[in-house]
Design a protein around this ligand. Structure first.
Ligand code: GLU
Length: 345
């Protein structure tokens, strides 16, 4: 882990240097940076409904620049202008704005929960003997050979879920129960229609599953892949995502203070993976502009951990070209600027 975090520091530092030099030499650089624009840095955060509502109103039109994912046909049915913004503040209090009751599938966000469970059961060393800690320059689902780069891209995530103990549906049930625990929301379930749609059309995922089976990384049959499709189809709200963000920001302590799963090592690992690869191939630029461990899903959600402070959950289903929520990204960016939340101040 030590070696990894040194490596990560070097990675982050060189990403910063590269981004800085690009900024200096590109006079028409459009990037908006999330640091040092507010006077609030020394004060404790006092995020309220008005703050979130102002940010949501300012950024809601960004959905027009994105497109709702339809490569899983069932996802394409989501109304593009739905939007929600949630924060769990330092004291575990929830603030919600927008379409607060709108459920959507968490998709890739489920990968951080699966990683937590696999590492708890098998140990970090075992899990990462089969995959790397690398970032990526590839969109979410194009890895085809060798060991997966990391547990955040599809190949590594399918492998991670296959490593969770239990026959049949049990690994999926563990992921679902953990999401229910973290959010304290027992009504959370998965969407059967999205699951079936993923299963019917997920040929690339199936291809990667068999390549990894061929390479001796995965044992077992397609039930293991079905667990991955099911975890992606878990439905939640922006509030639930904010609670997941809070959980990893606070060493796996739940928003209400429950410490059943408290584990600083696991939360450090999960947040480092979120920072390195949580936003697909945009992760480096995201790290430069927002600078916080975050995980997005093609359902339009993003969960953000502000270490030792707050959790943020956003939802807006229209995605940018990297597969991240377009309006969601801009709402996070504004919150980060207003409260100096980037780790790299
Ligand atoms: N179920 C989606 C897939 O495997 C998850 C993709 C994502 O959210 O990144 O294609």
């Amino acid at each position: 882990l030590c070696f990894t975090s040194n490596k990560m520091k070097r990675y982050t530092f060189s990403t910063l240097l590269l981004s800085l030099s690009l900024t200096c030499f590109n006079p028409i650089n459009q990037t908006v940076y999330g640091q040092n624009t507010s006077k609030n840095s020394s004060k404790s955060l006092q995020i309220n409904e008005k703050t979130l509502s102002d940010i949501l109103e300012k950024n809601k039109a960004f959905y027009k620049e994105g497109k709702v994912a339809d490569y899983i046909p069932e996802l394409g049915k989501m109304q593009a202008d739905k939007i929600a913004f949630s924060v769990v503040n330092e004291n575990g209090k929830v603030i919600n704005i927008g379409d607060v009751n709108q459920k959507f599938t968490i998709q890739s966000i489920s990968k951080i929960i699966a990683l937590m469970i696999a590492v708890t059961e098998k140990g970090e060393k075992n899990v990462f003997s089969k995959m790397g800690y690398f970032g990526t320059d590839k969109p979410l689902n194009l890895e085809t050979t060798g060991k997966p780069l990391n547990p955040m891209m599809n190949a590594g995530a399918i492998l991670t879920t296959s490593m969770i103990d239990g026959e049949g549906e049990i690994p999926f049930k563990k992921i679902l129960e953990m999401v229910r625990y973290i959010t304290k929301n027992n009504s959370i379930d998965y969407s059967k229609s999205v699951y079936n749609s993923e299963k019917e059309t997920g040929h690339k995922n199936r291809g990667m599953f068999y390549l990894m089976k061929n390479n001796g990384l995965i044992e077992g049959d397609e039930e293991k892949l079905n667990n991955y499709f099911k975890q992606c189809s878990i439905e939640a709200t922006a509030e639930d995502l904010a609670k997941i963000g809070y959980f990893f920001a606070h060493q796996c302590t739940r928003f209400d203070g429950d410490t059943t799963y408290r584990n600083p090592e696991i939360s450090q690992l999960i947040q480092s993976q979120m920072l390195t690869a949580g936003m697909y191939e945009f992760s480096g630029e995201y790290s430069r502009t927002i600078g916080l461990p975050s995980k997005s899903g093609v359902g339009g959600g993003i969960t953000v951990s502000v270490p030792n402070k707050i959790g943020i959950g956003v939802f807006s289903p229209a995605l940018d070209k990297h597969g991240n929520s377009a309006a969601g990204y801009h709402m996070i960016l504004d919150l980060v600027k207003q409260y100096n939340l980037s780790l790299f101040q």
